[in-house]
Write a protein that binds this ligand. Structure first.
Ligand SMILES: Nc1nc2c(c(=O)[nH]1)N[C@H]1C(S)=C(S)[C@@H](COP(=O)(O)OP(=O)(O)OC[C@H]3O[C@@H](n4cnc5c(N)ncnc54)[C@H](O)[C@@H]3O)O[C@H]1N2
Ligand code: MOO
Length: 393
């Protein structure tokens, strides 16, 4: 058995990097990883912009100015202002070249075509300089960035319509178990509803991985071999759930080895997810996650997510983590490293109830996983603990 750090290192060492890129419309770019830097073709803002509704001034010797015109957003006039002159201006409008400051309308008194400042003003107040955010030729977003809504907004503001991104992996989820039936069917004694397929598909979808499919197999060694061989040949990443432990009907590890896949590791000193399997075959990575739904989901976030991000060439592979004080005492069960469903609230983090590997319910309230190293015992309130931030919360 290996420790959690080694397991993640091995996943990242052996995980494949995809080199295929595609050009997508910016609006369709959400959750893709950029395959090359996006360079801005324009200054942003493209002109000196007024940040306020008010008056653009050519600063004079006293606080009284003569109004000589108006510029509103979208106008392309550029009135000439002499010393002591002002134009009415609105937020987002181009500040005339000869104006050197903008005063908010709340700070002046207007009398006919004269305005009087209530207080003195410095040059360049309330003016957004041309190229303040980015200059033409500058890198707007770096290669390796996972595109989020805010990036789409920023790139749209630069007039970008297409981006070059890394192709996403094709992912097969293989769920195994004689006891599994589909939601909608009637449960007989000994059966349970298959939920890992729906859960992992949905979680992958939330992260932008849409190219997924689910295959269900019974605990049958020969069938498991046939299905896994076929699935490995067709997908970039295969996620098997269940059948990875030591029971007489846990065939997954044996089948993976029998079809010629290379085992990178099997079993990690952790709770949940002790029987985690990772291997590869001809460009396809394969995970054997525990069947217990909460264990499968923890392992997904800790090990599968970084592999997917590596595949796409992302700069940040693992989920972000921070150290936060625990909000109440916690007694650790067992000596393994722990990944505990937790909720960050205010400045601290609470470990939730319902930590069993079989109980996925607490994940609904969780926005984090608290990671405790091996041989942790009593963790006291106020003690800082490593906290992984779960996505989409
Ligand atoms: N003698 C030992 N027994 C077990 C050990 C051990 O070290 N020695 N490890 C335990 C741990 S820890 C885990 S985790 C489980 C993992 O078992 P498997 O990965 O082989 O999973 P299964 O036995 O197939 O299923 C476990 C559990 O999860 C339910 N399940 C499975 N697939 C699904 C699904 N698609 N949707 C919903 N629920 C599913 C299944 O019915 C079982 O209840 O092994 C322990 N045993
Ligand atoms: O590893 Mo199992 O997931 O602890 O229950």
């Amino acid at each position: 058995m290996i420790d959690t750090t080694t397991a993640l290192e091995l996943v990242l060492l052996h995980g494949f990097i995809n080199t295929k890129v595609l050009e997508v419309d910016l609006k369709d770019g959400l959750d893709y990883v950029l395959a090359k830097d996006v360079i801005s073709e324009i200054d942003m803002p493209p002109f000196r912009q007024s940040a306020m509704d008010g008056y653009a001034l050519h600063l004079g010797d006293d606080g009284v100015y003569t109004l000589v015109g108006e510029v509103k957003a979208g106008d392309n006039n550029n009135p000439t202002l002499h010393k002591g002159e002002a134009v009415r201006i609105f937020t987002g409008a181009p500040v005339p070249v000869t104006a050197n400051t903008v005063v908010m309308q709340e700070k002046v008194t207007v009398d006919g075509n004269k305005i009087t400042l209530e207080e003195s003003l410095k040059e360049n107040t309330n003016i957004r300089p041309q190229g303040e955010q980015i200059k033409a030729g500058g890198v707007a977003i770096n290669k390796g960035t996972t595109i989020k809504g805010v990036h789409i907004g920023f790139l749209a503001s630069l007039g970008v319509t297409k981006i070059t991104v890394c192709e996403k992996p094709s992912i097969a989820i293989v769920v195994t178990g004689n006891e599994l039936i589909s939601p909608g069917d009637t449960l007989s004694y000994g059966e349970i509803y298959e939920s890992n397929g729906a859960m992992l598909t949905a979680v992958l979808n939330e992260l932008g991985y849409k190219n997924t499919s689910v295959v269900t197999i019974k605990d049958d060694y020969d069938k498991t071999k046939v299905v896994l061989k076929d699935t490995l040949g067709k997908h970039d990443v295969v996620i098997v759930t269940g059948g990875v432990s030591v029971g007489d009907y846990d065939f997954v590890g044996k089948a993976i080895n029998a079809i010629g896949a290379q085992e990178i590791f099997y079993k990690v000193k952790q709770k949940p997810g002790k029987p985690l399997f990772f291997g590869k075959k001809e460009g396809t990575s394969i995970f054997g996650l525990p069947g217990n739904p909460a264990a499968a989901l923890s392992c997904f976030y800790i090990y599968v997510y970084p592999l997917l991000k590596k595949y796409e060439g992302a700069e940040h592979m693992s989920l972000p983590n921070i150290f936060l004080p625990l909000l109440s005492d916690y007694t650790v069960k067992g000596t393994q490293a722990q990944f505990l469903k937790a909720r960050i609230e205010g400045a601290g983090v609470t470990i939730l109830g319902g930590q069993s590997s079989a109980m996925v319910r607490a994940f609904g309230d969780a926005n984090a996983l608290v990671c405790l190293p091996r041989n942790s015992t009593e963790i006291k309130k106020g003690q800082n603990v490593k906290t992984i931030l779960l996505p989409t919360k």
